[in-house]
Design a protein around this ligand. Structure first.
Ligand SMILES: *[C@@H]1O[C@H](CO)[C@@H](O)[C@H](O)[C@H]1NC(C)=O
Length: 447
């Protein structure tokens, strides 16, 4: 198993740059890894297309820097065509099987740890990440508006060349940078350091490669982060619009950051996959299970995010077949949800009960009293109402680690998100909701 590289120094430098001016902000998907059904990262890292190591130049903003509004001819991605030079030996493309889960890593660069120290109002989920997939790999001439908010989960939207695979909160609920020179203004870093047991951990977007992607093809996953500047604080998720100044809440400035990660789609039993084969491999060595059974008690730096592996659409959008007028999400899936609806710029540092509101069962902030903010008012508050909060991940998982059983489901009938059963049979059941249950205990969260 490989853990992701710690780049605290680079993070600090980037963040100082990012916060120096309101117009500069950066994030791009930079590496990827397979996830076993229990949420453990497995195998080697793969990279993004035409990877630039530690490179600020990797960042691709839509609309281009200096502009507020997306125009129809603004391009989707920096990456350009996919060719022989796109994945040099030191930054290879990841091989995956149809139906595999993958995590796409990115640095939060202060947009989680210190988002509210900036002057402008940003959504509480720290923006929404939309993940689109296509086998049409040449994205060099593709316009942003022809893909974003056009491609749908059923693949019929827009020009029909790709589909919406998932929506995620940019704040995955555990990622944080090392404490930068400018300090831990909200208390987020100290809080997350406690429950992750690491100085810094990259953010991730987890996504399932569709089960019907042909073996032998290359599947391009386009990562689109909507980091809109809004007209008020406390908005849970950004509205999905290209218009500025309209609606409530209104977008004052469109800010998207995009990137592309390609996957080589191999036979589900291929050697290159190592011991954990694809979910449709039926050979004797098959380790696939018919559903995600997330083991919570494992190191934060090498596990996926249970909320993401339980629900492809943490943000419900009409494009995913939900009957909603605009994006919406259950607050329980949003870290720091207590500040939703608070239309004043938040007072920092945050008290313990805000820091404790996380989207990962068991991943609660320190109990009252251990709170770095020293907020008197919180001393009497109960600890996070989470029965699993007492035992946090240690550096090595115990063999009896808690297993979070996720009964997945928040998928409308119109959207085919296939569930694979052992032996490769497919089913696409309609759904109601997602339930988290830590084995042997009561339901810890559901939405
Ligand atoms: C998860 O599954 C993989 C593959 O079977 C295994 O290597 C890993 O140890 C498991 N992780 C945990 C925490 O049980």
């Amino acid at each position: 198993m490989k853990t992701v590289r710690n780049r605290g120094r680079t993070l600090t430098a980037l963040c100082v740059a990012a916060l120096a001016g309101a117009a500069t902000a950066h994030t791009w998907p930079e590496s990827t890894i397979r996830l076993a059904p229990n949420g453990t990262m497995i195998g080697d890292l793969g990279f993004d297309r035409n990877h630039i190591p530690d490179g600020d130049l990797s960042s691709f903003k839509v609309p281009p820097p200096g502009m507020n509004k997306v125009q129809p001819d603004h391009k989707l991605v920096r990456a350009g065509p996919l060719n022989a030079g796109s994945y040099p030996p030191q930054f290879p493309m990841l091989s995956v099987a149809p139906g595999d889960w993958v995590a796409i890593h990115y640095r939060e660069n202060g947009h989680v740890s210190r988002a509210d120290s900036e002057p402008m109002a940003k959504p509480v989920n720290r923006g929404t990440v939309y993940l689109y997939g296509t086998t049409h790999n040449d994205l060099s001439g593709v316009n942003f508006m022809d893909v974003h908010l056009k491609w749908t989960a059923d693949g019929n939207g827009g020009d029909g060349k790709g589909r919406l695979l998932a929506t995620r909160h940019y704040d995955d609920g555990q990622c944080h940078e090392a404490i930068p020179a400018t300090g831990d203004v909200a208390g987020i870093v100290a809080s997350r350091k406690k429950f992750t047991n690491v100085e810094a951990v990259l953010c991730q977007s987890d996504v399932q490669i569709p089960i019907d992607v042909p073996v032998g093809s290359i599947y391009s996953v386009i990562w689109v982060w909507d980091w809109a500047t809004l007209d008020k604080w406390g908005v849970a998720v950004p509205p999905a619009t290209y218009e500025l100044g309209q609606g409530d809440p209104a977008v004052l400035e469109s800010q998207f950051y995009t990137g592309v990660v390609d996957y080589k789609i191999v036979d589900p039993c291929d050697e290159v996959l190592g011991p954990v084969k694809g979910p449709t491999c039926v050979q004797g060595t098959n380790k696939a299970t018919d559903a995600v059974q997330f083991v919570l008690n494992q190191p934060a730096v090498s596990r996926g995010i249970p909320a993401q592996m339980a629900d492809p659409f943490l943000v419900k959008v009409p494009q995913a077949g939900f009957n909603v007028p605009g994006p919406t999400a259950d607050p329980k899936s949003i870290p720091f949800a207590p500040v939703i609806g608070k239309t004043e710029k938040p007072k920092l540092p945050w008290p313990a009960q805000i820091l404790a509101a996380q989207n990962t069962p068991g991943a609660a902030a320190p109990a009252a009293g251990g709170d770095p903010s020293g907020d008197e008012g919180n001393k009497k508050s109960p600890a996070a109402p989470n029965p699993t909060s007492t035992s946090m991940p240690t550096s090595t998982p115990t063999p009896t680690g808690d297993v979070v059983v996720t009964a997945t489901t928040v998928v409308p009938e119109a959207v085919v998100t296939a569930t694979v059963t052992r032996g490769g049979a497919l089913s696409a059941a309609p759904s109601q909701r997602t339930v988290y249950r830590v084995r042997g205990r009561r339901v810890t969260a559901q939405w």
